[in-house]
Design a protein around this ligand. Structure first.
Ligand code: NAD
Length: 479
């Protein structure tokens, strides 16, 4: 794009589009061309957004559950109407293959619909007070109340659905939001702000402030008016946020190096295509990317042969190409890091069964075998198109190696044995165990969150609403 014609974007505060004093150039991750100029918002602008959200809280609190639900339903409907525009924007700024971007939009529509439904289900419970001596003659019940301004900080990899996972439950439960999207993917968030305004969301309920994470994040963390931080991103930033957010409520959805276990009694016809998708969807830049596969000796050779054959059919190319399965990684820095980790694995004796090549900003789908567990491609989060397939002789060993990770988000196992399935379910130390499914599976209403370095708290609309509300007890003495 010619510099003179580059689209200059605005931030969204109090229902108004505002210019800023400085801008950064947003690059297309696939061809490194400039897509747009994005406001590098100041701390003052972040404070303005917090003030707008704080003011709008009174309006939001006064809306009934059915009114909040109706806004979310209209948002889902508008998203359906504008689905292709959103998919194109995601694909452009994130280099997400267009067919994968369309799937993300489809999921986001469901996320808004789940929120529209859950807005009407914020139940409390009644407490049988006379169970306690001295509490006879009392009626007690709980209600769930919103908390106020929520600071949402989001990553680049699902620019729409992971934003929806914060914005939609916040609206459903009567809160207001200041959103700081990832530097690389602000366009989708700005588009969503317009869509929600069109859906009838009152001004100031959602504010979008673009720019530098550390600078703007610190304002959100320090401001007393912000009652909760909902963060999705890397563990390093997550830890920093936790250490600086005082008594604010906090949800941290962090990284992983998810493992898949293939038992000797696995149905390989099912397991292989799913495992390939889990390893290479969006070039592995998915928090529940299938990064490690532990395969039982008895089926190892068969599994590996079928897996590699299938990987060789993946289409590598431009994100705009309808056929593309795997495209660029998010930026040259990330590409360099992944290549360094691959080189280190090669030096330590890992076998390259496929890929490992650089084509422009792309790394071709890479399959490694016999990799030492101490290698970064095994024990850290690779966040790229790389999968490690290691051999095990016992299921207990596969479970032990899976648990050896500093992370604990999702883990999967393919087995036809009920005993093995239940043993794995009990012993895997993760947030979610998937049986006869890859760890890369997620539905948007299920409880979802990690243990260990993978995070704190849950998302999934109903569970996010729990974390975005406070439970109040009301006791009535009535003898
Ligand atoms: P990142 O941590 O680099 O950035 C995430 C967000 O944090 C961005 O908006 C960034 O601007 C902001 N940020 C950076 N430094 C900050 C600071 N000091 N204070 C406040 N905010 C700050 O992550 P990323 O590269 O965008 O995303 C990849 C990571 O996200 C991976 O680790 C991935 O596993 C994780 N992730 C987790 C989930 C989940 O649900 N568990 C989902 C998607 C991605």
């Amino acid at each position: 794009m010619n510099k003179a014609t580059v689209d200059r974007k605005s931030i969204f505060i109090g229902g108004q589009w505002k210019t800023s004093s400085s801008y950064y150039e947003l690059q297309n991750p696939y061809d490194l061309s400039t897509i747009a100029e994005i406001p590098l918002s100041t701390k003052g602008e972040m404070e303005e957004a917090i003030a707008a959200a704080d003011q709008a809280y009174a309006i939001m609190k006064a809306l009934s559950a059915h009114e909040r639900s109706a806004i979310l339903r209209r948002a889902a409907q508008l998203l359906e109407e504008r689905a292709e525009q959103f998919a194109q924007t995601i694909s452009l700024e994130a280099a997400k293959p267009i067919k994968t971007a369309r799937i993300e939009v489809g999921r986001s529509i469901q996320t808004f619909l789940f929120a529209a439904e859950e807005a009407k289900r914020m139940y409390g419970e009644s407490i049988p007070m006379d169970a306690a001596k001295g509490a006879e003659g009392k009626i007690a019940f709980t209600v769930r109340e919103p908390i106020g301004v929520i600071g949402a900080i989001t990553p680049f990899n699902f620019p729409l659905n992971l934003v929806a996972h914060k914005v939609a439950p916040a609206i459903a439960s009567g809160n207001t939001i200041v959103l700081k999207p990832a530097e690389q993917t602000p366009l989708t968030s700005l588009k969503l702000a317009q869509l929600l305004q069109d859906a009838g969301l009152p001004d100031g309920v959602l504010n979008v402030v673009t720019g530098d994470g550390p600078a703007l994040g610190s304002v959100l963390l320090q401001d007393e008016r912000v009652k909760k931080i909902s963060f999705t991103g890397s563990p390093e930033v997550g830890k920093l946020i936790r250490s600086q957010s005082g008594l604010k409520k906090i949800t941290l959805e962090l990284g992983s190096n998810s493992a898949l276990i293939i038992d000797r009694q696995a149905d390989l016809d099912q397991a292989v295509p799913k495992a390939v998708a889990g390893a290479f969807t969006y070039a592995g830049q998915v928090c529940i990317h299938t990064q490690r596969i532990y395969v039982h000796d008895d089926v190892y050779d068969d599994f590996v042969q079928r897996f590699v054959e299938s990987v060789k059919t993946l289409k590598v190319g431009a994100p705009t190409d309808e056929q593309t399965d795997v495209s660029a990684v998010i930026n040259p820095r990330s590409q360099r890091r992944i290549i360094d980790w691959l080189e280190e694995a090669r030096r330590s004796g890992a076998t390259f069964l496929a890929g490992g090549e650089v084509q422009g900003q792309i790394i071709t789908p890479t399959v490694l075998a016999n990799v030492d567990e101490s290698q970064k491609v095994v024990c850290q989060e690779v966040f790229g198109p790389v999968v490690v397939i290691n051999r095990v002789s016992l299921m207990d060993e596969a479970i032990r190696l899976t648990n050896q990770s500093r992370y604990g988000l999702n883990a999967g196992i393919f087995t036809e044995s009920l005993n093995t399935a239940f043993r794995a379910a009990r012993q895997l130390h993760v947030g979610q165990v998937l049986i006869n499914e890859i760890p890369t599976f997620r539905a948007d209403h299920m409880p979802y969150g990690g243990v260990k370095d993978s995070g704190v708290g849950k998302e999934g609309i109903r569970y996010a609403i729990q974390e975005m509300t406070e439970e109040k007890l009301i006791v009535i003495h009535n003898e």
